[in-house]
Design a protein around this ligand. Structure first.
Ligand code: NAI
Length: 318
């Protein structure tokens, strides 16, 4: 293909690449010329056990197709060892796809600290450690592309997944800030919330859906965001089954109560639709925009005159 987006000379780490989505990302990047570290500790879907088989199989697939890859069997909790594998095998690191994941689904009242901690360690700490180890290399070379893997469960909540939801939305926060910190050095950071048939979803989705939602339908977005031609950063994308869409925050019109008089509970009751309704909305995309109405109200100062004027500090006893 004439205008094929290529990754020749680029080195990518894909974590959890022995199965499902990670395998599909690794195969696609390798088919486009990237040298790939196929990381997978080869455990079960709930985090138990280890095996070199999963990563080895994908490396063999990549090589059979004429690509270049090495296996790494460390847990993402040993992030620096995974990055070292890339440096040892290929001498650089350009792309990190944080994908490894497990589930410990259980309703909150039955959740143990171990269920909570394990999910945090693999998803959040693992993503942090791999990325943190790759970060200085990317900054120094003025080039990097990082993908984090979130989930609709984090964005919207999902019954029985309090631990997983916490971890998956934590990753979005990490990604948002790294996007700001990496931009000047051309280190671009995005997050996907995928949907795909895999061993993680085979127990919750019907068989027809598992078969229809192929992991390889997600990977083109990962590859696009990791390509040098993309300038996208700080994005969160829903992707699966052939659907691709960026998400953003939407804020209600809001109600501003002029300062200097007491803010009454009834003020909120009266204008609840402005506070919580979405007839009129804005889309703050950065922290300054988020703070805009607050700062404007503070700068407007206390309302003057009228019986309503009171000294709030005095009223609150400060
Ligand atoms: P999968 O179970 O098919 O693949 C995950 C891979 O990660 C496995 O090969 C596993 O051995 C590996 N892994 C687990 N813990 C690891 C660790 N500590 N270090 C290194 N490798 C480890 O699952 P799937 O569905 O491909 O999931 C990939 C990612 O996508 C996960 O982060 C998951 O939470 C996320 N996701 C998947 C969705 C789906 O619909 N399949 C939905 C939303 C998010």
């Amino acid at each position: 293909m004439a205008n094929e987006l290529r990754f020749d000379g680029r080195v990518a780490i894909v974590t959890g690449a022995g199965n499902g989505l990670g395998r599909a990302h690794a195969l696609l990047l390798a088919s486009r010329g990237a040298k790939v570290v196929v990381n997978d500790l080869g455990g079960g879907r709930h985090g138990g056990g280890t095996s070199s088989e999963a990563a080895d199989k994908v490396v063999a697939e990549i090589k059979a197709a004429g690509g270049e890859a090495v296996a790494n069997y460390d847990s993402v909790e040993q992030g620096s060892r995974i990055v070292q594998s890339a440096l040892d095998a290929f001498g650089r690191i350009d792309i990190v796809v944080n994908n490894a994941g497990i589930l410990r689904d259980v309703t909150f009242h039955k959740m143990t600290e171990e269920d909570w901690e394990l999910i945090y360690r693999v998803h959040v700490l693992g993503s942090f450690r791999v990325t943190h180890a790759a970060w200085p290399h990317m900054r120094d070379q003025g080039y990097g592309r990082i993908i984090f893997t979130s989930s609709a469960a984090g964005i919207y909540g999902n019954f029985g997944q309090a631990n997983y939801s916490m971890a998956k939305l934590g990753i979005v926060g990490l990604s948002n800030t790294l996007a700001l910190e990496g931009k000047k050095k051309n280190v671009l950071v995005n997050t996907i919330a995928p949907l795909a048939g895999s061993r993680l979803t085979e127990t919750v989705l019907p068989k027809e859906l598992i078969d229809a939602l192929k992991p390889e339908y997600v990977s083109p977005l990962v590859a696009y965001l990791c390509h040098e031609s993309s300038s996208e950063t700080g994005g969160l994308f829903e992707v699966g089954g052939g659907f691709f869409a960026k998400l953003r925050w939407e804020r209600a019109e809001g109600k501003t109560v002029r300062l200097g008089r007491g803010i009454k509970v009834e003020d909120l009751q009266k204008d609840w639709n402005k506070v919580a309704g979405f007839d009129t909305t804005t889309h703050p995309a950065e922290i300054n925009q988020s703070m805009g109405p607050v700062m404007a109200n503070v700068q407007a100062g206390p309302a003057k005159g009228g019986n309503e004027f009171i000294d709030v500090d005095q009223a609150l006893g400060y």
